[in-house]
Design a protein around this ligand. Structure first.
Ligand code: DGT
Ligand code: CA
Ligand code: CA
Ligand code: ZN
Length: 559
């Protein structure tokens, strides 16, 4: 729901600005919590009363109502006026807090990430109190990360934008191609193909999400959207739809390999079709083109020149896991910790997705902020047992998301852990440990007999936090040896494990769990992104424990 997302983004921005201006931390938290709740609220707040959203009181409700009327609210306008844009971008440097950002601006006139790295390199911040050489080096690294991340967006952002663009245009045929169709976790720009009259270009340029027209032509128009992402729209002839989709889906490396095959046969392959001289061999569908080249149809996530061409020629492509193969979700949260929906709502939403099993895995006590206790966990277990009566068709699993301490231990002793149906264990602190220690930390967690799944293993957040450093070969060997699954956390800004590490882990014989890590009902649908990662890593249903029937899953969990 766009209204919810946009209103939540405005409130989140307000919370950031409020914090930056030295606002009360408690209020900052309550704005942030309300923003999350609005984003995840299952009803459209432009229709329903926003006061029905948990955590939204009268003051926030009025701000949101003003936002829905005119796209902003007074207090937000005020703070936007007070804080220069460059300072706001400064706070997006991953290693820089709001207090330091303000200090850098007021005392040194540093008003952008670029100005910051310049000042550091020129030595102008040497000897400043609170900014030691190590901190300065980290800030420099942070600016670099920000610059790299700024050029690409994660797939969650790109997918909803592509869907919005396609819904806004009328065409005989319309689809996205490029890296988005290949389900890459980050997307440089969005490539959309359409079979439509050329008038579609004017309609496209006039859309409210267009911030700037970069290039306007009859066949191709490129725009920058209000979210900063570039979208290329191409009009293609109906008869060469398949050839165009094949060409613009890429990757460039895959296309080069395919074109070589055509050349070997004395043919030519272009975005208009596969030709023998002037004679058209195939163009209408991708299937016909691959078929004419004597190969199996290559699913887009495999098109990276990673062995798929050879396998397709031999007829040996794997049968990839698909979204419909998933029988459950093994990592989800409720409002008992940092989720926003109550247990009952999450379980009902899982049932509505047709699952055979569903695990509730709220956080464990060592993540102090979440105020979890054993009593609360046990009470939840009782509630889950009652809910089980109401949902006889879906097995409810009571789990937890444990915290892997620096020494590899987890929150609770064996006698508590063994009573859970499933334990996910994740790193939530001490991200900067040296490689050896981090490796030992993960191995120790794998060796814990009650740990079933390592959650979001690299802990990266795309554009915000780099992956931790570990000897992944060693970690995956331990996971395979101990029967511990690695998670594919489908939350799009995590996308963790990423596909290259999934492929490496699979090579070591590791199994995987494709989880949503939901904190709200709409997040359950994020599993589609995890399936994309799994496909890019060539996974089949045998590799993914939550495609297995309940019996086989329970045997794996060993309870
Ligand atoms: P991105 O946008 O960086 O996430 O990655 P892609 O793969 O979407 O790349 P993009 O948008 O530059 O181009 C889309 C596809 O179009 C690309 O995967 C292959 C095809 N393509 C574009 N330009 C060329 C080219 O110069 N040569 C070849 N062989 N293919 C191209
Ligand atoms: Ca692209
Ligand atoms: Ca492009
Ligand atoms: Zn977590």
């Amino acid at each position: 729901m766009r209204a919810n997302e946009e209103a939540a983004a405005a409130l989140q921005e307000y919370a950031e600005l409020f914090a930056l201006c030295g606002g009360d931390a408690f209020r900052v938290r309550s704005y942030q919590k309300a923003a999350k709740a609005i984003a995840g609220f299952p009803e459209d707040i432009s229709v329903a009363d926003v006061r029905a959203v948990p955590g939204v009181g009268e003051a926030i409700a009025r701000k949101m109502e003003e936002f829905l009327r005119r796209g902003s609210f007074r207090q937000l306008d005020e703070l936007r006026g007070r804080v220069p844009e460059g300072v706001r971008r400064l706070t997006r440097v991953p290693t820089l807090g709001p207090k330091t950002a303000i200090m850098l601006f007021e005392d040194f006139g540093i008003d952008s990430p670029g100005a910051l790295s310049e000042s550091i390199t020129a030595g102008r911040l040497d000897g400043v109190k609170g900014l030691g050489p190590k901190t300065l080096a980290n800030l420099l690294k942070g600016v670099e990360q920000l610059e790299q991340a700024g050029r690409r967006v994660h797939i969650g952002v790109a997918m909803s934008l592509a869907e919005q663009v396609m819904a806004s245009l009328e065409a005989e045929r319309i689809a996205y191609a490029g890296s988005l169709r290949r389900m890459k976790d980050t997307i440089g720009d969005i490539d959309i193909l359409a079979v439509a009259p050329e008038s579609i270009m004017a309609v496209f340029r006039a859309q409210p999400y267009v911030a700037e027209v970069i290039a306007a032509g009859d066949k191709k128009t490129s725009v920058r959207t209000t979210s900063g992402v570039q979208v290329d729209l191409r009009v293609v002839p109906a008869g060469s739809w398949g050839a165009a989709m094949q060409y613009f889906t890429g990757s460039k490396e895959h296309n080069v390999a395919i074109r070589e095959m055509a050349v070997k046969k004395g043919w030519k392959l272009s975005e208009y079709g596969l030709f023998d001289g002037d004679r058209l061999i195939a163009a209408a569908s991708e299937e016909e083109i691959y078929d004419a080249l004597g190969m199996q149809f290559v699913p887009p996530p495999l098109r990276e020149d990673g062995g798929e061409v050879k396998a397709a020629l031999r007829g040996e492509l794997p049968v990839l896991v698909e979204l419909a193969d998933l029988k459950g979700d093994l990592h989800t949260h409720t409002d008992l910790t940092d989720g926003i929906a109550p247990l009952e709502g999450m379980v009902a939403a899982g049932r509505a997705r047709g699952y055979s099993y569903y695990a509730v895995t709220d956080h464990a006590p060592d993540l102090v902020m979440q105020r979890m206790t054993l009593d609360k966990a046990l009470k939840q277990r009782g509630e889950l047992a009652e809910l089980q009566q109401r949902h006889p068709g879906m097995r409810l699993l009571h789990g937890t998301e444990l915290n892997i301490a620096p020494d590899g231990s987890v929150d609770w002793p064996a006698e508590v852990l063994r009573e859970f149906d499933v334990c996910v264990a994740s790193v939530h602190s001490h991200f900067g440990m040296p490689r050896d220690e981090m490796t030992r930390r993960f191995i120790a967690a794998c060796e814990n007999p009650y740990v079933d799944i390592i959650g979001h293993p690299t802990t990266r957040k795309i554009g915000k936090r780099p992956p931790v450093d570990a000897d992944w070969d060693a970690v995956f060997r331990a996971a395979a040896r101990t029967g511990t699954a690695m998670e594919i956390d489908s939350y799009p800004d995590r996308s963790d494990l990423p596909a290259d590490l999934v492929r490496l882990a699979r090579h070591h014989g590791v199994k995987f769990s494709i989880d949503s890590d939901s904190h709200a009902i709409p997040h359950l649908a994020h599993q589609r992104f995890g399936v994309g990662i799994a496909q890019r890593a060539w996974l089949t249903i045998d590799d993914v424990i939550n495609t297995w029937p309940l019996d086989r899953l329970l045997a794996f969990l060993g309870r």
